[in-house]
Design a protein around this ligand. Structure first.
Ligand SMILES: Cc1ncc(C[n+]2csc(CCOP(=O)(O)OP(=O)(O)O)c2C)c(N)n1
Length: 270
């Protein structure tokens, strides 16, 4: 019986006190305990950032790779070693700035990866610059660049790109994070999980509290197999719904529409 400590190296995290990355590390090891994935069948791949340090703390095939390139590296690994459980982790800067171009392609290829983005709404490692998910109010309050730019909406973006599993969690809500990660890792295709958290160093404590207040679990009435309901939840940027927003039924094509390969009829006739 594998325990949480079996998924950890002896390295002690160098994250700041109260950083949400601790929650993701705990949530991930707890989910792996639930699934009993053997460490020698597990790979954890990241880019660069505070959150991208996470693979170093995991007893797995770990790679703290290149800024923004975790997805292509993980894709190559999964294609070469399909028997491995491959988890990709990183920050919003890593995944939604320099690395964003890889995301829709990983989704349309539907590689069986779990992509966990620790979204603290800024670049932590390089000392607090705005990221694509930094809200306008915070940019104004902190005097950050790009104050007239609207923030990106990650769940909406991935749903619109045809992602088959889309979920959101908060780093401070361990039971919910654990369950979401368990479901995401079990999903047999590309799974996207946005983990909300504040940066303990470069955002005020009031922001962390406000963020927590804006998060709430998805309503009981939510049907996660209904793409239009998932899109409605994702479009609500006042309140962040936590839980599984969307899980495509197996065998259904992206967006619910049947996928017909061009030229398939000609090929069949040949
Ligand atoms: C090619 C390249 N460009 C820029 C950087 C500098 N850099 C390192 S981490 C980072 C952003 C980190 O922010 P995020 O991905 O949100 O992670 P966090 O530190 O907040 O967890 C940047 C711009 C780099 N290391 N490599």
């Amino acid at each position: 019986m594998l325990k949480a400590k079996d998924y950890r190296t002896e390295l002690q995290p160098v994250w700041c006190a109260r950083c949400g990355d601790f929650g993701v590390l705990k949530g991930l090891t707890s989910a792996l305990v639930d699934l009993q994935v053997p460490p020698d069948q597990l790979a954890v791949i990241s880019g660069i950032g505070c959150s991208s340090r996470l693979p170093g703390y995991m007893n797995a095939y770990s790679c703290n790779s290149i800024h923004g390139r975790a997805l292509p590296i993980a894709t190559g690994l999964k294609v070469a070693r399909p028997e491995l459980t491959v988890v990709v982790v990183g920050g919003d800067g890593d995944g939604f700035s320099i690395g964003l171009g890889h995301l829709p392609h990983a989704i349309r290829r539907d590689v069986n990866l779990t992509y966990v983005v620790l979204d603290n709404g800024l670049y932590g490692l390089t000392k607090g610059q705005a990221s694509p998910t930094t809200g306008s109010e915070l940019k104004k309050a902190l005097g950050l660049a790009g104050q007239n730019e609207r923030p990106l909406n990650p769940p909406f973006l991935v749903l619109a790109s045809g992602c088959g599993f889309v979920a959101r969690a908060h780093a401070g809500n361990l039971p919910q994070l654990r369950e979401v990660l368990k479901q995401a890792i079990s999903y047999p295709g590309f799974a996207f999980v946005q983990v909300m958290a504040a940066c303990a160093t470069y955002q005020p404590q009031s922001y962390a509290e406000e963020l927590y207040q804006r998060c709430g679990v998805v309503p009981d009435t939510h049907d996660a197999t209904d793409l239009s309901q998932a899109l409605s939840l994702a479009m609500d940027t006042d309140r962040f719904s936590l839980g599984i927003l969307y899980r495509r039924a197996m065998g259904e094509a992206a967006g619910g529409a049947p996928f017909e390969r061009p030229g398939a009829e000609t090929a069949a006739a040949d």
